[in-house]
Design a protein around this ligand. Structure first.
Ligand code: G6P
Length: 366
């Protein structure tokens, strides 16, 4: 009811602003990186695995796509990510030493549950879920679990469930890195420190809301949008595009920035805004040249620049600077402005933000 919404107009907005609390709760009490965070049998299971297969749907799939970058770069574990409805119906080559990781807010998504059961029927003994509902079928049926503490999520478009999944997946990465002997005490301390600071860092990003309301006024008049990212932030671009299409009904798609010239550049005009997630990492220089390609075709850029980048707003380039550079955990921060952009664009278009047409919060039938 209205009382529960407090100062917010919709549950989605309330849930976006709950993220500092949701992340704090999800990471509460974690002072050491230990396998037991995932269950009493986790240490023994983690010693046996040689790779990871992540299965999920929707926004949860995109958190899995982000985790692949972490698992391969930090834990050095070969990782695959697959949409649950694809995996369950194709012939795959099972590897019993692979850790099956399902990711689900509800723990009841039909395709993700069926994919889990399919993996088990192929002889996969090692299963783990990152899930927001303790009593769900997913938690009951997986050997290991990490429960996110996002709290009840009402908006159909997932927000706080996504960032808390990322927190759980980052923990999994650190535990697996440790099992592989790839996490020094100094690295462990530095990562724990960065995780503890996340709620404060998120709060600073939420304070960018007025600037995103400004961007949303432009987007509300568009029928198409392109999102570009690279590396860790490519899945964030995918999630930003998904949010925009789900609730504002604007056609949006995401590309890894390097693919721009292999197709989507043909679509770029002044009617196709291009959102660029531009963290200051090793690929920044390449990303800058992608942005020049867009400008040269009359495209208008909306850049989420990292704190220490020198990109400035100019004709056709709108820059919002992130408050803080955040290394490996940067995806948790960069997704928040994209959530706010989708939210305020939908509000400007007057759509039913919390219950977008044709979509359901939890898809429990195929
Ligand atoms: C639906 C929801 C999405 C969600 C997806 C997976 O499509 O609208 O927000 O990401 O299901 O749901 P799950 O509960 O498995 O994370």
């Amino acid at each position: 009811g209205a009382a529960e919404l407090g100062p917010y107009r919709h549950y989605m907005q309330k849930e976006i602003f709950e993220q500092p609390r949701a992340i704090a709760d999800t990471l509460d009490g974690i002072t050491r990186i230990v396998p037991a965070l995932f269950g009493p049998e986790a240490a023994q299971v983690f010693r046996q695995i040689d790779s990871v297969l992540i299965l999920a749907c929707g926004t949860s799939y995109y958190s899995g796509c982000t985790a692949k970058y972490w698992l391969e770069s930090i834990a050095r574990i070969p990782t695959q990510v697959e949409v649950a409805s694809e995996y369950r119906y194709r012939d795959s080559v099972p590897n019993p030493r692979q850790l099956i990781v399902t990711i689900s807010q509800s723990g009841e998504t039909a395709d993700t549950l069926a994919a889990l059961r399919h993996a088990q029927s192929l002889g996969h003994p090692h299963t783990l879920t990152i899930c927001n509902v303790t009593t769900s079928a997913m938690v009951r049926e997986c050997a290991l679990a990490y429960i996110t503490r996002a709290g009840v999520e009402i908006g159909v478009a997932s927000t706080k469930a996504f960032t808390t999944q990322l927190a759980g997946l980052f923990l999994l990465t650190l535990v697996l890195a440790q099992t592989q002997g790839r996490l020094s005490a100094e690295q462990e301390a530095a990562h724990l420190q960065a995780m503890r600071h996340l709620p404060v860092a998120l709060q600073a990003v939420l304070a960018l809301e007025p600037q995103l309301i400004g961007w949303a006024e432009d987007f509300a008049r568009m029928e198409n949008a392109l999102f570009l990212g690279r590396g860790l932030h490519y899945p964030i671009a995918l999630e930003g595009a998904l949010k925009l299409k789900e609730i504002s009904y604007i056609h949006a798609e995401a590309y890894p920035a390097g693919e721009l010239k292999h197709g989507p550049l043909a679509l770029v005009t002044s009617a196709m805004p291009v959102v660029t997630v531009a963290p200051n990492d090793a690929l920044l220089e390449k990303l800058k040249s992608n942005m020049q390609e867009v400008r040269a075709r009359g495209g208008v850029l909306y850049v989420l620049a990292d704190a220490d980048t020198r990109i400035e707003s100019s004709e056709g380039i709108h820059v919002i600077r992130m408050p803080e550079h955040y290394g490996a955990l940067s995806p948790l921060l960069h997704v928040v402005p994209l959530q706010l952009l989708a939210y305020h664009t939908a509000c400007a278009r007057g759509t039913d933000v919390d219950k977008p047409r044709n979509l359901a919060k939890s898809v429990t039938v195929e």
